[in-house]
Design a protein around this ligand. Sequence first.
Ligand SMILES: [Zn+2]
Ligand SMILES: [Zn+2]
Length: 293
Amino acid sequence: MFIRFWGTRGSIPTPGEDTVRYGGNTSCIEVRTDDGELIILDAGSGIRALGMSLLPEMPLDCSIFISHTHWDHIQGLPFFTPLFVPGNSFTIYGTPDPVSFKTIKDALSMQMEYRYFPVREAELKSSIDYVTLNENQVVEVGAAKVSTIFMNHPVLCFGYKIECNGKSLFYTGDHESYRNIYSHDDDDYKEYEEIIIDKHNNIVDFMRGVDVVVADSQYTTEEYAQKIGWGHSTFDKSIEIAQEAGVKELYLIHHDPLRTDQGLDAILKDLRKKYRDIGVNIHAAAEGGTVEF
Ligand SMILES: [Zn+2]
Ligand SMILES: [Zn+2]
């Protein structure tokens, strides 16, 4: 399996001299399976440049899996040139919205309404199928299996596991480590604690033994104290869950917009020292970076 990071930034694109190395584009990962399938995880602003790189390969047959419909994970889609070219085929997968009962197609169509974007959806001349998925669903893409699990985020968000020819990748999308919202002396504390332990263990089981994990790690533990409930994990929590699941290669992603390259270098250095004996290789996902396994 081969992956290339096209967008590693969380929340909003952050171009500039301080983010040149780890990248300023929002979430987008290109995945190539061993049998030649093209899978794209999320359609943040990074998907624009990915689209340009794919032009020589057209006609394309490609599966796009959207973790959730927050802007930073879909905002690049209207700028993904291959969508406008006849002969290309796409299947776009994503979450339902349990509040509005809207589908993934509705969510993506909305951002192409005239008031937000000047080109009409009807001008997308490729063939596009939209598929709204549920949890624990398995989609076959060639010889690859892509399966879903709900993560902890303010909207429904999928973590996706891709397995092909004995290799596997898990991408969390956006995820905040589960925490008990009740205080210790509250009557509901114990029951809620059991629920979240269960949910946490489900994720650990789902990612157990995966070759590579790409995990939302937006905050340091100190920063997180001010960002509780915003839907993102800390570096420490991502490393702990990777260790618990027996994962060897961990890529930290969804870098905070305020995080400079130098800042991330320093954090990475400290993390590798702190966790040097746990058997998890810790990397920070960098735009343009590739992983082959
Ligand atoms: Zn995000
Ligand atoms: Zn989000």
